[in-house]
Design a protein around this ligand. Sequence first.
Ligand code: MN
Length: 201
Amino acid sequence: MSLAKYKQKRKFDKTPEPVGGKSKAKFSIFVVQKHDASRLHYDFRLEAGGVLKSWAVPKGPSMKTEDKRLAMMVEDHPYDYKDFEGMIPKGNYGAGTVMVWDFGNYLAPGAKSKIESEKMVKAGLRKGEIKLVLNGKKLRGGFVLVHTKGQADNAWLLIKEKDEFVSKADATKQDKSAKTKRSLGQIAKAEDKIWHSNRKK
Ligand code: MN
């Protein structure tokens, strides 16, 4: 899997976004980034084959089984993107504030290792159905990503599977960073300060 598309869209002397990175962790990771771009959305990312397979979810993930959240597949992101929280400056691709809304490990159901799990995810990508068990701070338990037929080529649905973690509460109401506990506004303010202090030098 390649990051060519990711790199093509960005100028790394103008954005603080990461260029690469390699996983050293025992488990595959997932991350959900709340992204206050021209349109607010949540980016759902899954580690597979050394990169983060990525989907933009306009309404964000849900813990209700009846919600089918549209998830548009976008370009693979580098592994280090999992830690990116901050500001993509104006004029750049995806300009706006990024929050690490949730993160954790995942396994494909039944998989006994990271290698086996990622193999199942890659098979699922080809098949159009990816089953996952997420172990995050906000998102827990079974989820499935289903490729929708007929619509746009990159349209998938993210759906919660029935288990003990199902909740009627709106998950997106928990709107603080899973990493730093900051709100989008606090992240933006902090980044603005850094930008101004760098300019004075
Ligand atoms: Mn995004």
